[in-house]
Design a protein around this ligand. Structure first.
Ligand code: GLC
Length: 726
């Protein structure tokens, strides 16, 4: 056979293979082609879906899942609660657990503890780790992070959120969300918006100025959706301007999808959908947990009776609702599926690994706050403590079962007393419950006092449990007092032993009537599986505490704007006016010149830091970062430590009728060896100076003289520098 013929045959063979493969390729639908652009995959899948499939696609089929499109191989959408760990598998149509044996998770510290770390790197680590657990458990959506602002210390869910300042919450939410989503799992920033209390959460109608909405309550959600690109968001239960937040045209259509141009999925809170017309037309995309009018609370498998189910299908078939409205919802859910379960880049996750335990421990160690430490009572070094008295039911009580969305089945839980025993192996440790909780009896108080007299050191663990009326969903506390008569025990031990510390295991501010009489106080948070190890490592001095408060520790409710100016919990019609407006937390404290128990941003160390030479320079940086504020910080003690340097901006009032004295606009957590001095730089961008102008309905910056204040806390300003804005 001559060479020419051979070449022709070879060419024919090559062409036929490529044709076949091309045919094979073209035979693969675009939506299944993992290399195709997501928007093309979305449109292709949408075209292929029937009306029934589209309607099924946008509402639940079970307690925590929506059906996907089985015929097309589009997977189900599975959601999981995740406030500080991945919730156990729930029964198909009930809140109870499914009794699986392979779903016990790592319990991480509550988000308020992460907030207290003021550490974006830890936030990223937290997101990656909890996202790996959600991925390993094959979840599409992790129902968090909780981003609601700490407006009142009574709110039952403050422990799930990140404090009172929108700038601090935003700067930690972004790396957390990116960390979770790097696992191909969608976050669901919640609860959008104004879910700042649990009392009457299903009925409260909030009235609030646009300025307070945009300056205090929206920034974290804007950061989550616009900066971090959260692939979904959860509507809140309450109403704003008379419409439920799960189908609220102002929040969802005008702001989130309009002004912010966000392309993700609005998921309802469970039971947050109440109106079919609004559910269809006011921005809701995916309906979960509904108890519609046609259903009693108990009817099983009632998913076809949802608002975005048969009712919607009937309206579309009758031409009363355009199919375009339905398609827009389907597109958003498809987009989330192609970003997660159908993404070729999706990693495999991991579960209950040593790395996750280390992350949980180090987040706790970075967030624990040393509130007070007179006469160096802390650290209590193991070499110096031979007889140690540990008091408090909280030191031996599991903190995992809250009975609501924060409930966890943890793989393990190192309780405070376990941690103490491991950290003080040579000490004679006496444990006394001190106060009675449920059926767990306490010793006579005089015996506790006697034991304290005999010991070298005394540590009381006090706090709040994951129970209604304490740190739990659905209920607010009625007062700031600690429950179970804990204050009485703490008071009785004052003055008995000089080496006396109180460790608060709680996720929100409590009254501390004994604050001036207890020499050492630690805010220990709810730290999850590694709680005991983390707390003990700070008490022994193995770890030098570096956390600072993400909220004001009020001495009483009459130091809190929501109670003094606002009308928390609202009037008899459940209408509530946020008259505290922008004056939340330290913004109120500064305005009124109040001295709280401990201010926002407060936290001590086992060393000391000195600040000097505060200065400001304009930068040639990008249009945004206009200035850099610098300060020299010296570790003047004899142990290495970390310091959170805070930048507050004091702006001119101009024509504003009110403005905060100062606002947090930057911070930098730096590690300094004993004796080391470092220049700490904090960039400040132009938007830091803006206020929300209601008349313009936009952000505005006043010309005039501003001050950059550098502080170790909001009430411990160490230096300031003025600068002019033309
Ligand atoms: C709850 C909570 C929400 C949670 C959801 C599912 O009521 O408000 O945070 O994710 O329902 O449990």
């Amino acid at each position: 056979m001559n060479q020419l013929l051979k070449n022709v045959l070879t060419l024919a063979a090559v062409v036929s293979v490529s044709v076949v493969s091309a045919q094979k390729k073209s035979a693969t639908p675009v939506y299944l082609n993992e290399d195709a652009p997501i928007e093309q995959r979305v449109e292709d899948a949408l075209e292929r879906m029937t009306l029934d499939e589209k309607v099924a696609f946008i509402h639940a089929q079970s307690k925590f899942s929506a059906p996907g499109v089985p015929r097309l191989g589009i997977p189900e959408v599975w959601c999981t609660d995740s406030s500080h760990g991945i919730r156990e598998e729930c029964a198909w149509d009930k809140w109870s657990g499914a009794e699986w044996t392979n779903d016990a998770c790592t319990a991480f510290p509550g988000l308020v503890c992460l907030a207290a770390s003021w550490d974006p790197e830890l936030a990223s680590r937290y997101g990656v780790a909890i996202g790996e657990e959600a991925r390993y458990r094959n979840k599409t959506v992790l129902l968090g992070p909780g981003l609601n602002i700490y407006r009142t210390p009574l709110c039952g869910r403050n422990h799930e959120y990140m404090g009172e300042d929108p700038y601090l919450v935003s700067t930690l939410a972004v790396p957390y969300i990116k960390g979770v989503q790097s696992n191909g799992v969608a976050t669901c920033a919640k609860h959008f918006a104004l879910n700042n209390q649990e009392q009457r959460r299903h009925s409260t109608d909030v009235e609030i100025s646009d300025r307070a909405l945009y300056e205090i309550y929206l920034p974290a959600f804007k950061a989550a959706t616009v900066d971090a690109g959260s692939w979904s968001i959860m509507g809140a239960y309450m109403k704003y301007k008379g419409e439920y937040c799960c189908h609220n045209q102002y929040l969802l259509d005008d702001i989130l999808k309009g002004e912010w141009g966000w392309d993700g999925v609005v998921i309802s809170d469970w039971g947050g959908v109440h109106d079919t017309h609004q559910a269809i037309h006011h921005g809701l995309d995916l309906e979960f947990g509904t108890w519609t009018d046609g259903l009693s609370q108990g009817k099983a498998n009632a998913y076809d009776a949802y608002h975005l189910a048969d009712t919607l299908k009937t309206l579309v078939k009758a031409g009363k609702v355009s199919e375009d409205v339905l398609d827009e919802k389907v597109r958003r859910v498809l987009r989330m599926v192609f970003r997660t379960t159908m993404s070729k880049d999706r990693p495999y996750g991991s579960f209950v690994s040593p790395e996750h335990s280390a992350a949980a421990r180090e987040i706790a160690q970075g967030g624990i706050v040393l509130l007070k430490n007179e006469n160096k009572v802390l650290p209590m070094r193991p070499a110096e403590v031979k007889k140690l008295l540990v008091v408090g039911d909280v030191a031996t009580a599991s903190m995992m079962k809250s009975g609501s969305s924060t409930t966890l089945k943890a793989k393990y839980e190192i309780l405070p007393l376990d941690g103490i025993k491991a950290a003080y192996p040579n000490a004679e440790i006496t444990y006394m419950r001190g106060y009675e909780v449920d059926k767990r009896k306490a010793e006579p108080l005089k015996d506790v006092v006697e034991a304290a007299r005999e010991a070298d050191a005394v540590i009381v663990f006090a706090g709040l449990y994951y129970k209604g009326g304490q740190d739990a969903e659905g209920v607010d506390r009625k007062s700031m007092e600690l429950p179970y008569g804990q204050d009485k025990v703490i008071e009785a031990l004052c003055g008995v032993n000089p080496n006396y510390a109180v460790v608060m295991v709680s996720g929100t501010g409590v009254a501390m009537p004994w604050k001036d009489k207890v020499p050492a106080i630690v805010q220990g948070w709810h730290c999850g599986s590694e709680a005991g190890t983390a707390l003990a490592s700070v008490l022994t001095g193995e770890v030098n505490p570096s956390g600072k408060l993400p909220y004001t520790y009020y001495a009483s409710l009459d130091q809190c704007g929501a109670h003094v100016l606002g009308d928390y919990p609202g009037d008899k019609n459940h209408h509530q006016v946020y008259r505290d407006d922008i004056f939340v937390g330290y913004r109120f404290i500064d305005r009124e010149g109040i001295k709280p128990n401990f201010p926002f941003g407060h936290g001590l160390s086992y060393t000391t830091f000195e600040y000097s030479n505060v200065r400001i320079n304009r930068t040639k940086g990008n249009a945004n970062s206009k200035w850099v504020v610098s300060v020299d910080v010296t570790n003047t003690g004899d142990v290495d430590g970390k310091e959170i340097v805070q930048l507050y901006v004091a702006a001119p009032k101009g024509k504003l009728n009110a403005r905060a004295v100062k606002e947090l606009k930057g911070y930098n957590k730096v590690a300094l060896k004993a004796g080391e001095t470092r220049t700490v730089e904090i960039p400040m961008d132009f938007s830091s100076l803006a206020y929300f102008d209601e008349a313009m309905h936009d952000w505005n910056v006043l010309a005039g003289e501003y001050k950059a204040l550098i502080g170790a806390s909001s009430q411990d300003i160490r230096g300031e520098v003025a600068f002019e804005v033309k």
